[in-house]
Design a protein around this ligand. Structure first.
Ligand code: ATP
Length: 257
C-alpha cells in the first residue's frame, strides 16, 4: 500500500478534496482448487502433474475515491466481493492489479476477534490488539477503563477469551478498535452480531465518529443502517462495480436483477 501524500500530485482532480482512500483499477483473483483425494494427489505427484486450480476474479477493475469525512457503504449480495474490498483497503490482502492508496490511521472491524489470542485473558487481548492497532502502552493504560466499560464485560475481563461468547468477543474487539486514534474506520457486518442494545450503542458511536469527521467504510446487508450512517453507496455485483452514488439509489440498484 502507498501513502496518498506521495501520489496526490499525479491525481490533481482530487487534490482539493483530501482523499482518504483511493482505489485505482483494482483486481483481485483467488484460486478455486479442485478437490482431490489423497490417492489422486499422490498419483499426480508421482506422475509429476500439477494439482490444477482455476483462477476466479473476485474483484474486477474497481475504482473509487473516498474523501476525508465521507461515510460510504459498500453493498452487494453474498459473494459479490465486499469483504474482499475491505480486506484490500485494510492491507490484509494485496491486489493482483491496480493500486490502493490510504492517507491516515486506519482501524478495521474486519474478521472480528481474528487478532484475539484464545489462551489470553480479555485484559491481555486488549493490550495486544491495541498495540497491533498502533497504541503505546501508556495510551492503552489511560483508555483501558473506557474500553472495558464500553464493552460491558467488566466481570469477565480477566477470563481467557476462549470462554467468551461470540457476542462478548465482538464487543471487546469493537471497543478496542473505536478507542484507538483513528482517521478511517472500516466496519464489516459487525453490527449484525450484537444484541439490540449493544447494536444501538455501536450505531451511536459510529455516528459520533462520523460527526468528528472520521472516514467510514461500512459493509452491511442492513439497509436501514446503511441509509442512516452513509450518504454514499458503492454497489458491487459479481466482483464488478456497477454503481457509485447516493445511498438510497445504490440500494435500488442493488435490488435490480
Ligand atoms: N481467501 C479466499 N480464497 C478463495 N476465494 C475467496 C477467498 N476470499 C473470498 N473468496 C471468494 O471471493 C468471492 C467474494 O467473497 P467476499 O467475502 O468478498 O464476498 P462478500 O460480498 O463479502 O459476501 P457476503 O455478503 O456473503 O459476506 C466469493 O466467491 C468468495 O468465495
Amino acid at each position: 500500500m502507498t501513502n496518498v501524500s506521495e501520489t496526490t500530485e499525479s491525481t490533481p482532480a482530487v487534490a482539493e478534496n483530501k482523499p482518504s482512500i483511493i482505489v485505482d483499477h483494482v483486481r483481485k483473483d483467488f484460486l478455486l482448487r479442485k478437490s482431490h483425494s489423497f490417492k489422486e494427489a499422490f498419483i499426480g505427484w508421482i506422475r509429476g502433474k500439477e494439482v490444477k486450480a482455476k483462477k476466479f476474479q473476485a474483484l474486477d477493475d474497481v475504482s473509487f475515491i473516498i474523501n476525508e469525512g465521507e461515510s460510504v457503504a459498500i453493498m452487494g449480495y453474498n459473494g459479490s466481493g465486499k469483504s474482499t474490498m475491505l480486506k484490500l483497503i485494510s492491507g490484509v490482502l494485496e491486489p493482483d492489479a491496480g493500486k490502493i492508496l490510504i492517507r491516515g490511521r486506519l482501524a478495521g472491524l474486519i474478521e472480528v476477534g481474528a487478532g484475539f489470542h484464545p489462551e489470553l485473558s480479555g485484559r491481555e487481548n486488549v493490550y495486544l490488539n491495541a498495540a497491533i492497532l498502533g497504541m503505546q502502552k501508556e495510551e492503552i493504560d489511560k483508555r483501558f477503563d473506557d474500553i472495558v466499560a464500553f464493552s460491558e464485560i467488566e466481570a469477565f475481563i480477566d477470563q481467557e477469551v476462549k470462554h467468551y461468547s461470540s457476542g462478548m468477543f465482538m464487543r471487546l474487539a469493537f471497543s478496542v478498535a473505536i478507542h484507538t486514534e483513528l482517521d478511517i474506520l472500516l466496519v464489516d457486518e459487525i453490527l449484525s452480531v450484537g444484541d439490540a442494545p449493544f447494536k444501538e450503542k455501536c450505531r451511536a458511536k459510529i455516528r459520533e465518529l462520523a460527526g468528528q469527521g472520521k472516514t467510514m467504510v461500512i459493509v452491511s446487508h442492513d439497509q436501514r443502517m446503511m441509509k442512516e450512517l452513509c450518504d454514499r453507496g458503492i454497489v458491487i455485483k459479481k466482483g464488478k462495480q456497477v454503481y457509485d452514488g447516493p445511498v438510497a439509489d445504490a440500494i435500488e440498484v442493488m435490488q435490480q436483477k
